[in-house]
Write a protein that binds this ligand. Structure first.
Ligand code: PEP
Ligand code: MN
Length: 338
């Protein structure tokens, strides 16, 4: 941590900062510049200390952290890429893992038709929401337990792994019995009770980026999972809020190389929630693969016009089949495969 003293700060004020740092077990280096004094405070535990401890002291202008707020998710902690394997399907290697299916499980017929279509086109994991945390409490909230049973049926009939969102920390154990990957939705990225519970469960987890969160906040949320001993963490970029309103959210394609640089965790992209419209999904999906994403999460509905939710951003089975062909070419051009 670095404390920059105000111009004209007194020696007594500088000494007070030094004394406070030493009392907390930190070692101190002083840079007595002609204009300003800078106090560098070093120690293995500075991450646990609030910057405010120093910012409130008289004569201090600003306090900056040198260390990143996240630790276990960082490349400093683990230099090599982490691989997350679900029934032999590996995230973070050369393969691009495509997860596809409906936004919400609506009925057995709808789900089975969607699963058959996405599997036939080459998706390797099925998505389907049964707990839907909607912006309005009056919107369809998902089939819950009945939906979980349908997802279990998918695993059994199609031998394909399934991902679904869990919203309540008390449901983690129960949902884990039915699915292979637990999804943390954008609205729950900083639900620390939920993250802690999923961390303890050690189940593979897809951590979506909160739409108002920075990459650093996202990686710090991943630390909650990792610090409980769960190293099966997959990040999912799904678009953030910006001033642009021609798409539902703005896909932060930059976060892909940024995450790859600063973290060892695999990252996938959800083009559907970013786009908000089926016609934009293929271009965004291809851009994500070209930019280095390790996988995709795509909404596909057998009949989007009849969908109970997110029909406008859902691909039809034939649109999805076409996209998969194009994605294979993009993957090949960046030395990867689907
Ligand atoms: C979803 O994937 O079904 C979903 C609700 O996404 P998000 O949390 O990104 O809005
Ligand atoms: Mn959706």
């Amino acid at each position: 941590m670095i404390a920059e003293m105000r111009k004209g700060a007194t020696t007594a004020q500088v000494n007070a900062v030094v004394r406070r740092a030493k009392s907390l077990g930190l070692s101190v280096q002083l840079n007595l510049g002609t204009e300003k004094t800078v106090v560098a405070m070093l120690g293995s535990d500075t991450g646990k200390l609030s910057a405010d401890i120093f910012a409130v002291l008289p004569g201090v202008e600003s306090v900056t952290r040198i260390m990143k707020p996240y630790k276990l998710a960082s490349r400093e902690f683990k230099a090599e890429d982490s691989l997350v394997s679900i029934n032999g399907i590996e995230f973070g290697g050369r393969r691009i893992v495509v997860m596809a299916g409906p936004c919400a499980v609506e009925s057995e017929e709808q789900l089975m038709r969607a699963v058959k279509a996405v599997k036939d086109s080459g998706a390797s994991i099925v998505r389907g929401g049964v707990f839907k945390p909607r912006t309005s409490p009056f919107s369809f909230q998902g089939l819950e337990k009945a939906g979980l049973e349908l997802l279990a049926l998918v695993r059994q009939r199609f031998s394909i792994p399934v991902v679904t969102e869990v919203v309540d920390p008390h449901d983690v154990d129960e949902v884990s019995k039915y699915v292979d990957i637990l999804q943390v939705g954008a609205r729950n990225m900083q639900n620390f009770a939920l993250l802690t519970e999923i961390g303890k469960s050690r189940r593979p987890v897809l951590l979506k980026r909160g739409f108002s969160c920075t990459v650093a906040e996202w990686l710090t949320a991943a630390d909650y999972l990792l610090s409980e001993g769960n190293d099966q963490v997959i990040l999912c970029e799904r678009g953030i809020r910006t001033f642009e309103d021609s798409t539902r959210f703005s896909l932060d394609v930059c976060s892909i190389p940024v995450v790859k640089k600063f973290s060892h965790l695999p990252i996938v992209v959800d083009p559907s929630h970013a786009a908000g419209h089926y016609s934009f999904v293929p271009a965004i999906a291809k851009a994500a693969v070209a930019a280095g994403a390790d996988g995709l999460l795509i909404e596909v509905h057998p009949n989007p016009k009849q969908a109970l939710m997110d029909g406008l951003q859902s691909l039809t089975p034939s649109d999805f089949a076409r996209l998969m062909k194009e994605l294979r070419l993009v993957a090949k051009s960046v030395g990867r495969y689907i």
